[in-house]
Design a protein around this ligand. Sequence first.
Ligand SMILES: O=C(O)CCC(=O)C(=O)O
Ligand SMILES: [Fe+2]
Length: 214
Amino acid sequence: MYFQGSLLDGGAGATVGPLDRGLQRRELAGGAWVDVRPGWVGGADGLFLRLQTELPWRAERREMYDSTVDVPRLLCSYGVRDPLPDPVLQVARDALDDHYGPDLGEPFVTAGLCLYRDGRDSVAWHGDRIGRGRSQDTMVAIVSLGAPRRLSLRPRPGGPADVPGERSIGFVVGHGDLLVMGGSCQRTWDHAVLKTTKPVGPRISVQFRPAGVL
Ligand SMILES: O=C(O)CCC(=O)C(=O)O
Ligand SMILES: [Fe+2]
């Protein structure tokens, strides 16, 4: 059980802060919201290096129109019963369950990790709506490690949040920051980490999701 208000050491120096303070919520049109907690995971340099060097990162290729293209980031996925690759990620997930569980009504059970090697790596505009996120409110909690990148959000074109005055927004997520997308965010908004020509170092994103959300 996560003890509110304490700093728990997940191993090798990384600590997970409390979530009962320091969270900033931004309400978005259409019943979506984003919570941000800067510096949630402290002392995460070792964690970043371990994940970057030791995980079995895979490169994927995807069909695009009539050609096959490289997915511009490396991936590593942990399913419902897979142990997470570092104890601090388990501590983080337990803390997220304690804080968001009453509202979410279910635990975070999967973890998807992306490694953006530099500014050429990206994820294009999308919502996590291959599964239940298409039709139901849900949450996706992201821990960002390494170089800061901008997570952009915009109303899904033609969707309920696509109303006059509602425009694209962005959150620069840095080393140890937590960002949680909730409410209708996956179906009424799209999000992306767009390419940048600025020199940026590698970033790892850890996304915790409930069952059936991807
Ligand atoms: O890099 C991130 O934090 C976002 C990744 C993302 O949106 C996804 O993998 O679905
Ligand atoms: Fe996503």
